[in-house]
Design a protein around this ligand. Structure first.
Ligand code: IPE
Ligand code: IPE
Ligand code: MG
Length: 246
């Protein structure tokens, strides 16, 4: 597949598409501010971008897309903004996501959903159940997600299993720890993209990004395009991954 940039043509190697792409969708607020719109409008525009990017990942043959939608720290925002994000989420689960059904897309949610409103938890379960046999792109939405919170919950679960005799301390390996995480059974992301010019991890997938390639772009999330996704994949394909070897 080819794409154009600065009057040059680049080719993406379709045999080396990352299996798992993770995205920190940042910059919705700044996008709105630039247009003198309320922050809520930025989140709405961001939700539309997500719909496009899901479609494009599916077309490119990506197997897993994990998107950071709401962090464990995002509760610190104004009640008005949190409510607006939760309302968009309701819409996403009830309306947008139905459109993906025909595209063989599966939905999963990572993060501590117990703090989300009851109706949202039910919609999540309904969507997860309805799409559980789809074998195309799997979209993992990180909601009330924090990498440290995920590790904390995983350690608690493992400790309970030790208490009940289902796990022995000396049996704990990296694979065992991974199996207690929200992402159990999902390969680690090869590529992590963060938009909006910020170059930090903000508590996203701390365990899973040990050897991921990072791609930062100044584009604000609502302005992120299919072509920018292709550029990120092209950049990834032209890196040398060493995993500590040489
Ligand atoms: C990302 O956009 C969306 C969420 C964190 C929910 P922001 O809302 O963080 O946008 P900026 O960083 O303020 O521009
Ligand atoms: C990270 O963005 C969380 C999401 C994109 C959901 P933030 O905007 O919350 O992160 P910081 O505050 O810039 O680190
Ligand atoms: Mg932000």
């Amino acid at each position: 597949m080819f794409f154009q940039k600065d009057n040059k043509t680049f080719e993406i190697n379709m045999d080396n598409i990352p299996q798992h792409i993770a995205i920190i969708m940042d910059g919705n607020g700044r996008w709105a501010k630039k247009r003198a719109l309320p922050r809520k409008a930025g989140h709405k525009a961001g939700a539309e971008t997500l719909e496009k990017i899901i479609g494009h990942c599916s077309k490119l043959g990506v197997k897993h897309l994990t998107v950071y939608a709401f962090s464990t720290e995002n509760w610190k925002r104004s009640q008005e903004e949190v409510d607006a994000i939760m309302d968009l989420l309701r819409q996403y689960l009830n309306v947008y996501f139905k459109r993906f059904l025909k595209d063989n897309i599966r939905l999963r949610v990572i993060g501590d959903r117990s703090r989300l409103a009851q109706d949202i938890q039910e919609s999540i379960m309904e969507n997860e159940n309805r799409t559980k046999d789809k074998d195309g792109l799997c979209v993992h939405i990180a909601l009330n997600y924090g990498g440290r919170d995920e590790l904390c919950r995983a350690v608690k679960k493992a400790a309970k299993d030790v208490e009940t005799g289902n796990l022995k301390a000396e049996e704990i390996t990296e694979d065992v720890i991974a199996s207690y995480l929200d992402t159990a059974d999902v390969p680690d992301p090869e590529l992590v993209i963060r938009t909006s010019g910020e170059e930090r991890i903000s508590n996203f997938l701390l365990w899973q990004v040990a050897y991921s390639e990072f791609y930062f772009t100044d584009a604000l999330w609502p302005d992120f395009t299919d072509k920018m996704l292709e550029e990120a994949i092209y950049d990834y394909q032209n890196r040398e991954r060493r995993f500590g070897g040489r």
